[in-house]
Design a protein around this ligand. Sequence first.
Ligand code: SF4
Length: 140
Amino acid sequence: MVSACLAGYSSRYDATSRLIPFFSQGVVLGYFLPICPEMWAGWSAPRLKVSILGGNGRDLLAGRGRLIDEAGLDLTGELLLAVSMILYNYRNRLPPIAYLKEGSPSCGVSDCGMGHEGVSGPGLFSAALSACGVQLVGVE
Ligand code: SF4
């Protein structure tokens, strides 16, 4: 599995990608499954940037903290639902390893984007994958 933006999809909040040819070529060859949890949430690109208030992705899974966009809209439930849908969809074929974009409140492995309170740690998608036993590799 790989964050879709690393494979060249313009799925970031500013409608850009962070293309790394190794991953895009791997997707074409069928070695990597590109996933964007925020696209699974039905969000558009471009969209307002989101950040985690009150913790990181592990806290959101535990019912603490909130995911809000720049307008202050609480999108915690939407991203939780999207992550649940991904895990359900791939429940019998989760990959052993996932390469995920650092600095994202969804995909960050050790850096979820330093939200308003400067709290880092995994994003929501990373925390959920890790809880399912997937090995995570953060990609800058
Ligand atoms: S970092 Fe994750 S959530 Fe953000 S655009 Fe890339 S794949 Fe989507």
